[in-house]
Design a protein around this ligand. Structure first.
Ligand code: FES
Length: 107
């Protein structure tokens, strides 16, 4: 099964079930992850800085393309409520701006 590793969270790689968004996989694994619009692609609070495996993720959605064009989603970032992973292993980080105050991060 594909996996997602968040470098600055204290946990190992988590499984990403077929067809699931990264956000869904994170929540299923018990991670509290900012997602202000409820996963509808209407904010950028759920974004992930991708360190490795960017090319393994599903293509950018219309919402992501819109934010990319507006400069609100960087080239190495994806919205976890939009991106899915079909195979392989992706490594990423929680961006500083979207860290939750009650969660412990390793940086
Ligand atoms: S939760 Fe708002 S864009 Fe993903």
């Amino acid at each position: 099964m594909p996996t997602l590793l968040i470098e600055n969270l204290a946990s190992g790689a988590l499984p990403v079930p077929a067809g699931a968004t990264l956000l869904s996989a994170l929540q299923t694994a018990g991670h509290d992850w900012l997602h202000a619009c409820g996963g509808r692609g209407r904010c950028t609070t759920c974004r992930l800085e991708v360190v490795e495996g960017l090319d393994l993720l599903t293509p950018l959605t219309e919402a992501e393309l819109r934010y990319r064009a507006a400069g609100r989603l960087l080239a190495h970032e994806r919205l976890t409520c939009q991106a899915r992973l079909c195979e392989g292993a992706v490594t990423g980080r929680v961006p500083h701006a979207t860290k939750l105050p009650h969660v412990s991060y390793s940086d």
